[in-house]
Design a protein around this ligand. Structure first.
Ligand code: HEM
Length: 461
């Protein structure tokens, strides 16, 4: 067996020799295995790679030893299995050498439910004499090579044996990672699904955003453009690009902003109704509250688009054409147009409220970023997210009410008996603000309700 040992280090003296430091073994010489080996060497471990062809394994980190699988397994107590599940069979004949060893299963799958049982459980069934620990599978070769950043310092492990898990946690700590014990090996399946998730908290908010945008786009297309074509034979389809977009964006933004605050007020009412805050919320409410930050950030994105679309209104060909035409007709007909102070007040007020609302909107977005929210105390954070959050909703809603003003009185507003988009989008924020008003008015039967209000803005605390 000794003849199998090959050292790939050109300068053996420069790295700690395996006899002096704790040895760990890595099975698998792919990207992940090599990167892990390098990190282990840098952390001061002696690393032994187990390979099918120890003599022809190349590109391994300097200082590592390469042995045949059996010899490598015998040389260390902890063995990282950086091999794909389909190749686990080679471990069966090594049952003797693997007895009592700790096997860390790093594997991942291509998709969910690819196999009937978790890879780690399968591994345990193949080598019953070893202690299998699932873990480190959320790390990529790339992050291992570049050193863990704050975001991916956390790794999860699970397994049956407490001692085996402790051995793995010790290695993780030395690598600068923090390992979280998630329990028994039956959790492995969940851990194996982690890397397969694609922006899990963004999925529902994105679906809501796409659904609302599509619904309002078609609604407004029919009301504004198809209506003009059918009733007056006018083709104003060019309006799709800016006018329609500048309606869909703020409408979706306002609805999604109110969806951030609705679960909070619903939860407060639920607590009032139950008379206690020490009971779990229903699952759907929990899930809803957990995606408030993403809902809020997407809503901010739509508001930002609305502001950009609004900024370009004066340079639009259509707008310039119309205003010149109006000026020319006033001159030609020798009319004088009266300045309407009321209209000036109204339009300045709705624009100003929009700007104030947008300013606070941006503040909410910034404070929901982890680096900023971590620097705030809980009180500061809940002040911004809850108090200023509801104020933002109030300002944006008032902006829209003032924009609509008294148009709801005119029958020409209701083309084909349908209300305009801005009226529809006012329903939800008005309900949320009304409910919030009920919660903060002092004349309640429960005088201490403000203490149990869980309604904190965008973040799930
Ligand atoms: C409509 C300006 C921020 C929600 C409008 C309109 C203008 C405007 C000019 C009328 C557009 C048109 O005639 O088609 C601004 C400015 C803002 C701002 C200058 C800030 C810098 C916001 C914010 C919201 C919002 C933060 C909240 C989400 C709305 C809504 C409408 C509207 C719902 C009605 C859209 C429709 O025509 O159906 N805004 N706005 N606005 N704005 Fe804003």
């Amino acid at each position: 067996e000794k003849s199998e040992c090959v050292s790939l280090s050109p300068m053996r003296e420069a790295v700690p020799t395996p006899s002096k430091c704790e040895r760990v073994c890595v099975f698998g010489t792919g990207d992940l295995g090599r990167s892990l080996g390098l990190r282990l060497l840098q952390a001061g471990y002696g690393v032994v790679f187990g390979s099918r062809r120890p003599h022809s394994s190349s590109f391994l980190p300097h200082g590592a030893q390469v042995l045949g699988h059996a010899a490598a397994a015998q040389s260390a107590h902890l063995i990282f299995i950086a091999v794909q599940r389909e190749h686990y069979d080679f471990l069966v004949p090594l049952a003797n050498q693997l007895k009592g060893k700790v096997l860390v299963d790093l594997s991942n799958n291509q998709r969910k439910n690819q196999y009937p049982e978790a890879n780690a459980e399968y591994l345990q069934s193949l080598v019953t004499g070893a202690e299998v620990v699932k873990g480190f599978n959320t790390l990529s070769a790339w992050s291992l090579q570049n050193g863990p950043s704050d975001a991916n310092r956390q790794v999860y492990i699970c397994g049956e044996s407490v001692e085996a898990k402790q051995a793995v946690i010790a290695v993780a700590t030395k690598l600068g990672l923090s390992a979280l014990d998630r329990g028994f090996l039956s959790v492995a399946r969940e851990l194996e699904d982690f890397p397969l998730q694609l922006f899990p908290q963004w999925r529902l908010p994105l679906r809501i955003a796409i659904g609302l945008s599509a619904a309002f786009f078609f609604y407004l297309l029919i009301r504004d453009i198809i209506y003009a074509y059918v009733t007056q034979g006018k083709d104003i389809s060019f309006r799709i690009m800016v006018s329609l977009a500048n309606k869909v964006c703020p409408i979706v933004s306002l609805i999604m902003l109110s969806l951030c605050y609705l679960p909070g007020v619903l939860a407060s009412f639920l607590q009032l109704y139950r008379g206690t805050k020490y009971r779990r919320f229903p699952d759907w409410l929990d899930r809803w509250m957990l995606c408030r930050k993403q809902l809020g950030l997407l809503a901010l994105g739509f508001a930002f688009l609305h502001v950009l679309y609004t900024l370009i209104i004066p340079i639009r060909y259509y707008v310039r054409f119309k205003s010149t035409e109006r000026t020319v007709s006033v001159i030609r007909e020798n009319r004088t147009s009266e300045f309407d102070t009321m209209t000036a007040w109204r339009s300045d007020s709705y624009l100003s409220l929009g700007i104030l609302g947008f300013g606070l909107y941006v503040l909410l977005g910034i404070t929901s970023l982890p680096s900023v929210s971590n620097a705030l105390s809980w009180r500061e954070f809940s002040f911004v997210q809850s108090k200023l959050g509801h104020l933002t909703l109030l300002l944006c809603t008032a902006h829209t009410y003032l924009y609509g003003w008294n148009r709801f009185l005119s029958s020409s507003t209701y083309k084909w008996y349908t209300p305009p988009g801005y009226m529809l989008c006012l329903v939800l924020p008005s309900v949320v603000l009304l409910l919030k008003l009920l919660l903060i008015t002092p004349c309640r039967t429960h005088t201490d309700t403000h203490k149990i209000t869980p309604s904190v803005g965008w973040l799930p605390f």
